[in-house]
Design a protein around this ligand. Structure first.
Ligand SMILES: Cc1cc2nc3c(=O)[nH]c(=O)nc-3n(C[C@H](O)[C@H](O)[C@H](O)COP(=O)(O)OP(=O)(O)OC[C@H]3O[C@@H](n4cnc5c(N)ncnc54)[C@H](O)[C@@H]3O)c2cc1C
Length: 466
C-alpha cells in the first residue's frame, strides 16, 4: 500500500474536509475581529462570547477553520509552554511557577469545556510519557524531572527501565518521566467542534477570507474591511505572510506520519494500554500518540524552515519530502523495531510559529486595540486555550469590566521580543541548528556518553533557545 502524502493531514482525511462557510460579504463593523480560525482564534471567540453574550464577534479565516497547525498536530494536549525557564529568569521563579500552574489547569479546562460543550475529540487523559534511550538522554531526563518538580509539578514521576516498560515497551528505554497533565486528542475533531460551538453561540465565522493587512481598528480583506475596536491576530505559523511581519515569528515546519491500525498482537508486544502521549529526550525529538482507532501517529522536525519565511500557505500545500517520511519511519522503528514493514498510511506537514527568543506570548496593545497570541513553538494545543482566556481578560480589563486578573498578571503577558535576523542569516541559523541537533543525537547514540553533546549545548546557546 502506498503512503498518502499531503492533503492537509490524516486527521482531515479521516474526518473529511468541511463544507466552506461564506466569505465576508463586504465592509462591516464588529466589537471584536479575530483573524485566524485555529485553536487560538476560536477559543478566544468562545471565551469572549461566553463572558459578554451581546458582543458582536467576527472571525476571519483565510482558508477554513483548522486549516493550520490546529488541524495537523500530534494531538498532545499537555502542560508544556515555550519560554517558561526564560520567564523565570526575567520575572522570578514564583511568577514562572504560576505560569506552570496555569498550564496544568489549562489541560483540565480543555477537557472540562469540551465535555460541557459535547465536543467529542477522542480525548483520553493518559498523561505524558517521555523516554530516554541513551545515557546522555537519561542524564537530561533526570535534570528535566528535577526542574519540573521545582516548578511545582510534584505529581510528576521518574520511572526506571522496568516501570517504563510496564507502560510502553520502547526498545532500549532506560528511564522515563510521566506527568498526569496531558491527554491525547484528535486535533480535527477538537477544532471542528470548537468552530461549531462558537458559531452556535452567535459568533460569525467567514472562511476563504484572507486578511491582507491588519491596522488599528481595521482588518482588510479582498472582500471588504472589518472595523472593530479590537483586532486580534491569531495566525501563528502564518504570521510571516502578513504585511510587516516577515521577521516576527519564524514559520517552522513539523511533519507527521501515521500507521494503519495495528492488530492486537502488536499492541500486546508494545503495551501502551494507558495511551499516554509519548515522546523522547533526543535533541531533534519525536512525539507520538496511540490514536482512538489503534494507529500510531508520530511526528518530528522535517525540513525545518524554507528560505525567506516562504509563504506558509505554499508550504502547507506541499507534499512532505520523502527523506522526511523515511526519517520519521526510522524514528518509529527505533522506538518499536517490531513495526519495521508496517505500512505508513499518511504523511503530512504543518507550520508553527517560533519567536526569536523561543517564548510564547499573549499581548493586547491598549493604545491601538491590536492583540495577538502565539509563538508557541510546537506546544500550542493547550497554550492556545490559556492565551484565549487571557485575551478575554485583557479586553475586559481594557473596556473597564474588570481589573487585573490571575491570567493578565502572568509573566508571558505583553512580552516583547526582537525580530529575527534578515536572510540569509535566518535560513543558515535554523538549518545549522537542526544539523547540530542531528549530529548531537548521532554522537550520543553511538558513543554512549552520559553527557549532552557539546554541539547541542552550543547550538541552544547561539540560537537563543536556552
Ligand atoms: C505537525 C505539527 C504537530 C504539532 N503537534 C503538537 C502537539 O502535539 N501538541 C502541541 O501542544 N502543539 C503541537 N503543535 C503546535 C500546535 O498545533 C499549534 O501551536 C496550535 O495549533 C496553534 O494554533 P493557532 O490557532 O494559534 O494557529 P493555527 O492552527 O495555525 O491557525 C491559524 C489560522 O490562521 C489562518 N490564517 C493565517 N493567515 C491568515 C490571514 N492572513 N487571514 C486570515 N486567516 C489567516 C490559517 O489559515 C489558520 O487556520 C504541532 C504543530 C504542527 C505543525
Amino acid at each position: 500500500m502506498s503512503t498518502v502524502n499531503g492533503g492537509i493531514s490524516f486527521w482531515y482525511a479521516q474526518e473529511g474536509t468541511p463544507a466552506p462557510r461564506e466569505p465576508l460579504p463586504g465592509d462591516t463593523t464588529a466589537d471584536v475581529c479575530v483573524v485566524g480560525g485555529g485553536y487560538t482564534g476560536l477559543w478566544t471567540a468562545y471565551y469572549l462570547k461566553k463572558a459578554v453574550p451581546f458582543l458582536n464577534i467576527i472571525v476571519l479565516e483565510g482558508k477554513f477553520c483548522g486549516y493550520g497547525a490546529s488541524g495537523r498536530n500530534g494531538g498532545w494536549l499537555y502542560n508544556g509552554i515555550a519560554g517558561r525557564d526564560r520567564y523565570a529568569k526575567r520575572h522570578g521563579h514564583d511568577a514562572a511557577v504560576r505560569l506552570q500552574q496555569a498550564m496544568n489547569d489549562t489541560v483540565t479546562e480543555v477537557i472540562k469545556v469540551t465535555a460541557d460543550e459535547h465536543i467529542d475529540a477522542d480525548i483520553h487523559q493518559g498523561g505524558v510519557l517521555e523516554v530516554a534511550y541513551t545515557p546522555a538522554q537519561l542524564a537530561r531526563l533526570k535534570a528535566f524531572h528535577s526542574v519540573e518538580i521545582a516548578f511545582g509539578e510534584t505529581d510528576r514521576e521518574l520511572l526506571g527501565a522496568r516501570a517504563t516498560a510496564e507502560r510502553v515497551r520502547v526498545t532500549g528505554a532506560v528511564g522515563s518521566t510521566w506527568t498526569p497533565h496531558g491527554a491525547r486528542i484528535h486535533p480535527v475533531k477538537l477544532v471542528r467542534g470548537l468552530a461549531a460551538t462558537v458559531e452556535a453561540l452567535g459568533v460569525t465565522i467567514h472562511e476563504s477570507t484572507p486578511v491582507t493587512d491588519i491596522k488599528p481598528k481595521h482588518a482588510v480583506t479582498p472582500y471588504g474591511t472589518v472595523r472593530a475596536p479590537y483586532i486580534l491576530r491569531c495566525t501563528e505559523g502564518f504570521t510571516a505572510s502578513l504585511k510587516g511581519h516577515k521577521r516576527t515569528w519564524l514559520p517552522m515546519n513539523s511533519s507527521m506520519i501515521v500507521t494503519d491500525p495495528l492488530p492486537p498482537d502488536v499492541w500486546d508486544a508494545i503495551g501502551w494500554t494507558g495511551r499516554e502521549t509519548l515522546g523522547d529526550l533526543a535533541h531533534a525529538y519525536t512525539y507520538a500518540q496511540r490514536t482512538a482507532d489503534d494507529r500510531i501517529a508520530l511526528g518530528g522536525r522535517g525540513v525545518p524552515y524554507r528560505y525567506g519565511s516562504r509563504a506558509a500557505t505554499a508550504l502547507n500545500a506541499d507534499r512532505t519530502h520523502p527523506a522526511t517520511i523515511e526519517a520519521l519511519r526510522s524514528a518509529l522503528t527505533r522506538l518499536f523495531p517490531t513495526l519495521a514493514g508496517t505500512p505508513i498510511a499518511h504523511a503530512w506537514s504543518g507550520v508553527l510559529g517560533v519567536p526569536r527568543d523561543w517564548c510564547a506570548t499573549v499581548t493586547l496593545d491598549r493604545s491601538t486595540g491590536l492583540g495577538w497570541a502565539g509563538g508557541y513553538v510546537g506546544s500550542g494545543v493547550a497554550t492556545a486555550n490559556l492565551a484565549a482566556r487571557t485575551l478575554r481578560d485583557l479586553i475586559q480589563q481594557d473596556s473597564g469590566q474588570c481589573g487585573p486578573t490571575d491570567l493578565t498578571t502572568l509573566p508571558w503577558v505583553n512580552h516583547k521580543v526582537r525580530l529575527w535576523e534578515p536572510e540569509p542569516l535566518r535560513w543558515l541559523g535554523v538549518h545549522t541548528l537542526y544539523a547540530a541537533y542531528r549530529t548531537a543525537d548521532h554522537r550520543e547514540t553511538t558513543t554512549h556518553t552520559p553527557t549532552t553533546a557539546p554541539i547541542a549545548t552550543l547550538a541552544n546557546r547561539i540560537s537563543g533557545r536556552h
